[in-house]
Write a protein that binds this ligand. Structure first.
Ligand SMILES: *Cc1c(COP(=O)(O)O)cnc(C)c1O
Ligand SMILES: [Zn+2]
Length: 430
């Protein structure tokens, strides 16, 4: 499939100067971040509900509003993940219109990062890079490694020392070069900035960042389309560097501008979710300011552990401007959140999703979200990647095997139900 995109180019989000299209993330004049701007008017009447519905079941159905080069083609079915109306989770939280946007099953590497990487690599190819890279707290590493492999690009990936083993393996298996940096994400990020300058590589979240970031808009487009072309009242979004939350909003606003959804009477409210052990953005929101005080991350939610989030000030501003809020939860609550989503909706999310679920529970409990409002929570990663967060939780349940007899089964069931004393034979004693 061949996509034609609306004209786009980089612009400084402070002075407005235009930079065409090139691997560049900050305005050389004022050092402010660059953003992709579009000729949105030209998409009017062309980018319609019908034209979108005729597209593939992936982010490429929205290619016209994504920065993909002229003539770009992809058959990779990234995104278009399920939006599920919760049943039992909603009941437990006292919510009657609660939905889960489930990027735990995003193709190909089971996190929202597949979306941003697809857009970044489309541009990396156009710019002629033969090596791509990133600094990552884990999921981005997986996404870059997998998609680079399919495109035949070399990948060089930098991660902090404490990234989960499954995320390391999920990077190496694709043949990527992975380099662990003795430090936290902020050290890794600074180093990757220097590397991208020194080597002529396409770093998806450094010199390709403006393109990369746009990929997150697709979550906003999908939520609106999957709700039957209307916007929710509230969205709960996990925050690391603070980029995703703002891009979902940008996606909504573009749909309003193009008349694809009705402008809601009240702006959609955004709720940011962080772990208390790394909560620079939620702290700022709670104090009603946009200045970020950097933190030393200390949480099991490693994918969100960015102590000095570059898009933090913007995230705090937009949350406050629209009447939203931010919350943060402890590691114990994160694990409970993972279990709660799994037990009620059959969705196994990683620690970041535990954060989002637990924060959502708090928001309902505190009355910040009303019961009947349409609320979408963004589950951004898969639980199979952070099983270490649940280490030991189920040991008492799977430690033993029983003999293959109905009598032993009956007896065992009664011990599980607490109606009999355990009389088990450990497999190794047989
Ligand atoms: C990267 C990531 C996010 C969002 O990160 P931002 O830096 O705020 O855009 C959310 N959840 C998971 C699992 C992630 O890996
Ligand atoms: Zn500028």
């Amino acid at each position: 499939m061949n996509y034609s995109c609306t004209t786009y180019e980089l612009a400084c989000n402070k002075c407005g100067k235009r930079y065409g299209n090139q691997p560049l993330s900050a305005c050389p004049d004022c050092l402010a971040p660059l953003e992709v701007v579009y000729d949105l008017l030209s998409a009017r009447g062309v980018f319609t509900r019908d034209s979108i519905a005729r597209g593939p079941a992936s982010i490429w159905r929205y290619a016209r509003l994504l920065p993909v080069p002229e003539g770009f083609q992809s058959d990779l079915p990234v995104g278009f993940t399920p939006l599920i109306r919760t049943n039992r989770l909603g009941a437990r939280l006292g919510a009657s219109n609660l939905y889960v946007k489930n990027d735990a099953v995003c193709f190909p590497t089971l996190s929202s990062k597949d979306r941003v990487v697809a857009i970044a690599l489309a541009n990396a190819q156009k710019f002629g890079f033969d090596t791509v890279g990133c600094s990552s707290t884990g999921n981005l590493a997986n996404a870059v490694a997998a998609q680079a492999a399919r495109l035949g690009l070399k990948a060089c990936i930098l991660v902090p020392t404490d990234v989960e083993p499954a995320k390391i393996l999920n990077t190496l298996v694709y043949g990527a070069r992975l380099i662990r940096i003795d430090g936290n994400y902020d050290h890794v990020s600074r180093l990757s900035g220097l590397i991208a300058e020194e080597y002529t590589w396409g770093f998806v979240n450094v010199n390709l960042r403006p393109y990369y970031a746009e990929g997150s808009k697709t979550i906003g487009y999908e939520i609106a389309e999957q709700l039957g072309w209307r916007l929710p009242d509230n969205v709960v979004v996990p925050m690391a560097g603070g980029s995703l939350i703002g891009k979902i909003r940008k996606g909504f606003n573009e749909l309003i501008f193009l008349g694809l959804v009705k402008k809601p009477a009240r702006p959609v409210r955004f709720f940011g979710a962080q772990a208390t052990g790394c909560s620079p953005i939620s702290v700022a929101v709670k104090e009603g300011r946009d200045a970020i005080v950097p933190q030393q991350p200390n949480t099991i939610a490693r994918s969100l552990a960015i102590g000095n989030p570059s898009d933090g000030p913007a995230a705090a501003r937009m949350i406050l401007a629209d009447g939203g809020w931010a919350e943060d939860v402890s590691d114990v609550e994160i694990v409970s959140g993972i279990q709660e989503l799994a037990e009620t909706e059959g969705i196994f999310t990683e620690t970041a999703g535990g954060v989002t679920t637990a924060v959502t529970a708090r928001l309902y409990a505190d009355g910040r979200i009303a019961q009947d409002q349409t609320t979408v929570i963004c589950i951004t990663g898969n639980g199979l990647k952070t099983t270490d967060a649940l280490a030991g939780r189920f040991d008492h349940l799977d430690a033993r095997a029983i003999r293959p007899s109905l009598a032993d089964f009956d007896a065992y069931l009664r011990t599980l139900d607490g109606t009999a004393e355990p009389k088990l034979v450990a497999a190794e004693e047989r």
